[in-house]
Design a protein around this ligand. Structure first.
Ligand code: NDP
Ligand code: 8X3
Length: 252
């Protein structure tokens, strides 16, 4: 039985790598994102895969509802929703952060993820099967300077995932939260508003996770037998670990 994966944020980074991975494994795909040309490129490069693309900004509830309502019959039964669309904006301390950046992160990482989940969930529940994999982050569990609203938005994703599991008890629908650390994609270019020098400095001298690493984990989570639910996976590159607590000392 051919399965269908619905991937948000499929135009770049993790989402695009996951689209590749699921295509290689014979899945049908629903791919969404705001950049239409990237979605079209993917279709051109994968002429043998059954792909439905939708240009959608997940911040807009009506667009999300229309995207789900208008799924063609060939792609209407979603086996896997990968709630991946998301972003960090800025790394200034909270007292200097841009409120517009905070709002965009809340609208995308929290509200967008809720809209897509709520739109697709009833059909999964009535079919008695389905899987939602949410893209969390280590930033949802571990604070760092400048993480402020981004980390908090990913803490929401972690607890929303847990609470979804509680609500979906007995329905057969699975929920997982994947929490990656340092990974190279367009993430940092977006975070630093297009400043490539600052973005490159994030990965300088490191061996970060790759989108392919993440795609392999997503596929592994999705490919467990139906009675197995991976609740959460936290993954970092070997070059990343924790630092000691910061202690401010008064100068004599
Ligand atoms: P990228 O910037 O490479 O990809 C982000 C994707 O999200 C793009 O496809 C983008 O598509 C989409 N997106 C952003 N805003 C919207 C929106 N309003 N509506 C629809 N789609 C949107 O970054 P990553 O692949 O690294 O990030 C993917 C996810 O992984 C994010 O949730 C991120 O927070 C998380 N993550 C990233 C880590 C990292 O270090 N890279 C580590 C941990 C988690 P488009 O612009 O075409 O709309
Ligand atoms: C991205 C990982 O540590 O840059 O979610 O916030 S981090």
């Amino acid at each position: 039985m051919i399965k269908t994966a619905f991937i948000t944020g499929a135009t770049s980074g993790f989402g695009r790598a996951c689209a590749e991975m699921f295509a290689e494994n014979g899945w049908n795909l629903v791919l969404s994102g705001r950049r239409q040309e990237r979605l079209q490129d993917f279709c051109r490069e994968h002429p043998d895969v059954k792909i439905h693309t939708v240009v959608c900004d997940v911040r807009h509830r009506a667009q999300v509802e229309a995207m789900v309502k208008n799924l063609p019959d060939s792609h209407a039964d979603i086996d896997l929703l990968l709630n991946n669309a998301g972003l960090a904006l800025g790394m200034n301390p909270a007292q200097e952060a841009d409120l517009d950046d905070w709002e965009t992160m809340v609208d995308t990482n929290i509200k967008g993820l809720m809209y897509v989940t709520r739109a697709l969930l009833p059909a999964m529940v009535s079919r008695g099967s389905g899987h939602i994999i949410n893209m969390g982050s280590i930033a949802g569990s571990w604070p760092y300077p400048g993480g402020n609203a981004y980390g908090a938005s990913k803490a929401f994703v972690e607890q929303f995932s847990n609470n979804l599991r509680a609500d979906l008890h007995g329905t057969g629908v699975r929920v997982s939260n994947l929490e990656p650390g340092l990974a190279e994609s367009e993430f940092s270019v977006v975070r630093f508003h297009g400043d490539r020098k600052k973005a490159d400095a994030v990965y300088d001298g490191t061996e970060p996770l790759t989108p392919r690493d993440i795609a392999e984990i997503v596929h592994w989570i999705a490919d467990r037998p139906p009675h197995v639910n991976i609740n959460r996976v936290e993954v970092m590159p070997v070059c990343q670990s924790w630092a000691p607590f910061a202690i401010h000392r008064e100068k004599e």
